[in-house]
Design a protein around this ligand. Sequence first.
Ligand SMILES: C[S@@+](CC[C@H](N)C(=O)[O-])C[C@H]1O[C@@H](n2cnc3c(N)ncnc32)[C@H](O)[C@@H]1O
Length: 413
Amino acid sequence: MPETPADHPTYPVGLRLAGRRVLVAGGGNVAQRRVPTLLAAGADVHLVSPAVTPSIEGLAAAGEVTWHERGFRDADLDGAWYVMAATDDAAVNARISDLAEERRVWCVRADDAEAATAFTPAVGRHQGDTVAVMATGAADRDPRHHAALRDEVVTALREGRLAVGERRRRPGVVLVGGGPGDPELITVAGRKALMEADVVVADRLAPRELLAELPASTRIVDVAKLPRGRSALQDEINRVLVEEASAGHRVARFKGGDNFVFGRGYEEVEACVAAGVEVTVVPGVSSPIAVPGLAGIPVTHRGVTHDLTVVSGHLPPGHPDSLVDWEALGHARGTIVLMMAVENAAAIAAAVVAAGRAGTTPVAVVCDGSMPTQRTVLATLATLGETIEREQVRPPAVIVVGEVVAVAHPARD
Ligand SMILES: C[S@@+](CC[C@H](N)C(=O)[O-])C[C@H]1O[C@@H](n2cnc3c(N)ncnc32)[C@H](O)[C@@H]1O
């Protein structure tokens, strides 16, 4: 390759590779990391290597990559628009790079970024933006620094810390699941949606510490303080969401867990749709799975349970409005997770046992999941009612019924 003066900056460019042949020489870890990005760009990837990683083998088996199971041959460069020399033999990489240069095909070398005609920057993506970070010239090359800078920029974009103007902040409502309580357990997308909102309509169970991080300009509407007047609370919430979005604001409806798991989220979607307000959803980490997990209890376990049923216990068995088939749950053998069930736990346990489930079935009550006050109380179906009373269990709590409890707590009394 002709000498490139070190003080010449590189020329950044984006390649449109869709439908174009790309040669990848080598089937190891470098190829494994880079090939998915080439595929995402729509490239026609031809990979030459006597051996490949299992993941590349999977891509080849799925027909996403054409794998030539042998060493590199000069003719492999025929028709290629772009070449990646990523074998574990520096001499082969050098030869591929030289041949590519002769043919005026851009080439990157995995083993020596300075020795080929092109190199790959540190790349990150967020929504419709690609962040590519690279050295200005050879003397500035520091892959760790560039990867760290890329991470910093992409994380800041994701978390909404980097101002990107008003381009994406269309008015509308976004339902944001906040997770079980610990502010670390909201998703990256959820945190970003909160940070970008003009108005946050927050529930009692939504992780409140996150509200303290909101920009000073964000208006917070506390659902508990909404005037109810003649209308029910949910109607009032729907009205506020539609009114704020229609006034041109970006509204985040912020709830604990996931908004669609006993969260009335879909009623809010319907209200927005009926009013012509754009509505999107950011799912949350939901308590029936996350809270047992935080307490070290798996809701499924191989060889122990093949089913998991999540049930609202806010109405007791026999209540005329209850939609739960308690009889069927008594016949079930898998895991049952009861939510909103502290008050009716004794009646529920009795109904399930009467329908056939053993009174000795292990039960764990996990209270205040992910909060500093989190605790687990163990019982059986037969002792659940008295245990809840004795231990003064208060909501929020999830009640896990089934042998998975014994998997996590084999020494239970
Ligand atoms: C109205 S439901 C809302 C559930 C929420 N949308 C979700 O996906 O987790 C409230 C019930 O969720 C459960 N719950 C929510 N957060 C909890 C937590 N941090 N610890 C224990 N249980 C929790 C309790 O059973 C509580 O009564």
